[in-house]
Design a protein around this ligand. Structure first.
Ligand SMILES: C[S@@+](CC[C@H](N)C(=O)[O-])C[C@H]1O[C@@H](n2cnc3c(N)ncnc32)[C@H](O)[C@@H]1O
Length: 246
């Protein structure tokens, strides 16, 4: 198991300092980069007693293993992995749960974008299968712009079993598939809800699809057959938000 990892990007590190400062071990900021966007991060680190060192672009590129760090990189303790028991605890304290299920998303950019959508939509948590899914990597955190540190990600051993368990607690699970008869704009998305999205290549697995209470499509007007999973996630989550606010 990894003991430490690198996180980079202004929003990811600021969110980490705001939500879990105890995870930040040390931080490097680009030499001569005291621009306004970095100042809140540097101040937050100082308030938390985190050591901030100045470093060249080359050092930051090497530490982040990327040039997309926006002038700030942090060495952090890995996030606590959340599982079935943590999901139970969340459901016990949440009146009208609003959840997202990602059935085997493997591209870190897609998971990062889904986390960002989920955070913006007010989703209480995301459920993913432990195997064959990307976890919370540095790229996921960077793309999620702070949402990876704010939205709980529950990694479960048996997704179909977890789906049954949340259904037993009153959560209605709406799966998404291009070929479904009903569409997302006709579905009732107001009560305790989980929206299930499929993997980039194969969509929802058979068992996941069969475990859903209903299936909906997003109507497609053009010639392509499907949307990118993070775009489809945004469409479905914000249709649910629209209904829940009405
Ligand atoms: C790139 S698509 C997967 C396409 C895959 N070839 C399939 O057969 O489902 C990834 C996921 O985004 C969602 N998605 C994309 N386009 C959709 C649409 N038009 N209607 C409903 N869901 C869609 C679904 O959850 C799908 O599993």
């Amino acid at each position: 198991m990894k003991k430490q990892e690198m996180i980079f990007g202004i929003h990811a590190i600021k969110a980490l300092l705001d939500n879990s400062p105890e995870r930040v071990i040390e931080m490097w900021v680009l030499q001569g980069r005291d621009d306004e966007r970095l100042l809140p991060v540097i101040k937050a680190a100082a308030n938390m007693g985190v050591a901030v060192q100045r470093a060249s672009r080359k050092v930051l590129d090497d530490k982040a293993n990327s040039s997309q760090h926006q002038g700030v990189v942090a060495r952090v303790k890995p996030a606590k992995q959340l599982g079935e028991h943590d999901l139970d605890a969340l459901l016990a304290k949440t009146d009208t749960p609003f959840l997202l299920i990602l059935d085997g998303v493997t591209d870190p950019h897609n998971l990062g974008a889904c986390l960002r959508n989920a955070d913006a939509a007010g989703v209480h948590g995301i459920i993913v299968p432990k195997d064959n899914s990307v976890g919370l990597t540095a790229t996921v955190s960077k793309v999620a712009c702070g949402a990876a540190e704010a939205v709980p990600l529950f990694q479960v051993t048996n997704l179909a079993r977890t789906m049954r368990q949340i259904q037993d607690k009153g959560v209605w699970i709406v799966g998404t598939a291009g070929e479904a008869d009903g569409n997302v704009y006709q579905a009732d998305l107001k009560g305790p809800l989980a929206i299930a999205m499929g993997a980039e290549d194969k969509g929802l697995r058979r068992l996941t699809r069969e475990s859903c209470d209903s299936l909906v499509s997003i109507p497609m007007a053009g010639s392509v057959s499907s949307l990118n999973v993070s775009v489809a996630t945004g469409v479905c989550l914000f249709e649910a938000v629209r209904q829940r606010l009405a």
